[in-house]
Design a protein around this ligand. Structure first.
Ligand code: PMP
Length: 421
């Protein structure tokens, strides 16, 4: 189903053969019981679980390294600083960024896009300019742009999707013009699973001189991301969607662009010198990291990405892809089920509605069987408007899911359907 499983960044890192049972043993929460049943977790697009190594790394940080970073000369502060900066290098390698200075730690994708929009707008946006997004964006990749558009008198332009959930590329191209200063597109839609051709879209946007941000919230754990190959100017993701803690995320930006963009938050650590008359900002990435960061979170993110480099990530994603094909086939076989999002290139997400049954009722009955799915608009209301529905049931996969779990989910869904019909 996926044309690109692993990009250049991950390709050479193949390690131990992929063994789903072994992987599952590394995620303690998967052994939990929910409503008397073994947990079946199919809500990975909302957040992923954490392997023991991430949990242990965070504990160890608080046990042996906890201290504020960058400013201290004492040993603990040095330990904390080294661990934090090491995490930055791990992120750099994972997404194949040219230098660690292009990795800004944020609170997550939402925070990254807010940072990017506020800072980039100061640099490139004027009244009458245009910001281009698509109809399939998450609210986090719509609302921050609406806010800067209102601040600068610019216009938010929307490229439509078709009824399979693919962005209509000719319509996207038609909307690119001399006024387009920023293009911001999701790599993978969280509501539909569509993998967007962001590399090609970036090229086309660059041809008219626009800057490109890719919302990588859903791609970071489902495709090998290589920011140099994508050629994007900015790439945002959240740690918690890739087996790391909540409250930590990343904004990658090309160094020249980051150096040119003014910061939007002021405070400690983002300065070189402060005088009442004038303040000199710090170098990138620190210029964009005002205040004490989520140190344990960054270190946990480093541990999560290192963990992925110890497994055969390519095989893990192939396994996930096989599961997506399987769950899609099984759902398609059920009378009254309509898949929402049937793009040619998809990853990890099976969104659907059932005739005359409210998604929330399905979600509650599945929960009573220990199955976690998400129901509703998935923070993508324009997508729901496109399909004329209030919401979907969404089963979203990760590398630790199994075929057996899919069978159990389908059986429980059939039971729920017969109870609700
Ligand atoms: N964009 C997409 C495509 C997402 O799936 C999400 C999370 N559901 C976000 C942005 C926002 O991520 P976060 O809540 O971690 O900031």
């Amino acid at each position: 189903m996926r044309s690109t499983i692993v990009g250049k960044a991950q390709a050479p890192q193949l390690k131990l053969p992929f063994d789903v049972d072994k992987i599952r043993n590394e995620f303690p929460i998967l052994g939990e019981t929910v409503n008397g049943h073994r947990l079946v977790y199919l809500d990975n697009a909302a957040t992923t679980h954490k392997p023991q190594v991430v949990i242990d790394t965070i504990s160890r940080y608080y046990e042996a390294q906890n201290s504020n970073i960058h400013r201290g000369v004492h040993t603990l502060s040095q330990r904390g600083t080294d661990a934090f900066e090491n995490a930055r290098q791990i992120v750099q390698k994972f997404i194949n960024a040219p230098t660690p200075s292009e990795i800004i730690f944020t609170r997550g994708t939402t925070d990254s896009i807010n940072l990017a929009s506020q800072c980039l707008a100061q640099l490139v946006l004027n009244a009458g300019d245009e910001i281009l997004v698509s109809e399939s964006e998450h609210h986090s990749n719509i609302v921050p742009w609406q806010m800067v558009a209102a601040q600068y008198g610019a216009n938010l332009i929307v490229a439509p999707i078709d009824d399979t959930g693919e962005i209509v590329i000719e319509e996207f191209e038609k909307r690119l013009n001399a006024k387009t200063k920023i293009v911001s597109i999701g790599h993978i839609s969280n509501a539909l699973g569509t993998i967007n051709p962001v590399r090609e879209m970036t090229r086309r946007a660059h041809a008219i001189g626009a800057k490109v941000l890719i919302d990588g919230a859903q791609s970071i754990a489902h495709i090998g991301v290589d920011v140099q190959d994508l050629e994007c100017d900015l790439y945002a993701f959240s740690g918690h969607k890739v087996f790391a803690p909540t409250g930590i995320g990343v904004l990658y930006g090309k160094r020249e662009l980051l150096e040119a963009m003014p910061p939007y938050q002021g405070g400690g650590d983002m300065i070189k010198e402060v005088r009442f008359e004038h303040t000199e900002y710090n170098d990138v990435p620190y210029k964009f990291e005002a205040g004490t960061p989520h140190i344990a979170g960054a270190i946990g993110l480093g541990a999560a990405l290192e963990y992925l480099s110890t497994i055969d990530f390519r095989a893990a994603l192939a396994h996930e892809d096989e599961l997506l094909n399987y769950v899609s086939e099984r759902l398609n076989d059920i009378d009254g089920v309509r898949m929402i999002g049937t793009a040619r290139d998809k990853a990890a997400v099976a969104s659907f509605v059932i005739d005359k049954i409210h998604p929330q009722d399905v979600g509650l009955l599945l929960d009573s069987q220990g199955i976690a799915v998400r129901t509703g608009h998935h923070c993508a209301m324009p997508v729901m408007q496109h399909f004329g529905i209030p919401g979907t049931v969404r089963a979203s996969l990760s590398i630790y899911n199994t075929r057996h779990e899919i069978d159990y989910f389908i059986d429980a869904l059939l039971k729920a359907k017969s109870m609700l019909a």
